[in-house]
Write a protein that binds this ligand. Sequence first.
Ligand code: DAT
Ligand code: MG
Length: 139
Amino acid sequence: MATNRTFTMLKPDSIESGNTGNILQMITDAGFAIKAMKYTRLSEEQAKKFYEVHAERPFYGELVEYMTSGPIIAAILEKENAVADFRALIGATDPAEAAEGTIRKKYAESKGRNAVHGSDSDENAQIEGDFHFSAAEIF
Ligand code: DAT
Ligand code: MG
């Protein structure tokens, strides 16, 4: 995956609240092209692996439970400066701290149920995209 790509998940709360259409519209309006996308549900094993870096944090169990509680939409997005621009579009982890006009400010419920994931580096964007998609699923 090139460095102009990032990886996202629309988390279970986005699906439950019916906001996936609005969120995807915000993403494409911001200039991101969808290179891969799937509607799926993480297994406990997949969620544990995906969030392995947080394994020692007190919220890890809750995070894994939440991320496996329902389906998600996973996607690879492309845009110049994708990782940083997508983090700016989604806003701070805690919606109470997220800037006006960001996806999390508009749609996140709480720090845990915060609507979307966005990769935090080019390296992790590559790892996370590869975790969810085979080469044949990326366009
Ligand atoms: P981000 O998703 O903004 O990159 P992160 O990588 O620090 O945030 O944490 C990953 C996810 O874990 C985050 O999206 C929601 C959850 N999380 C983080 N901190 C939390 C907390 N203090 N309480 C509950 N969930 C938390
Ligand atoms: Mg993170």
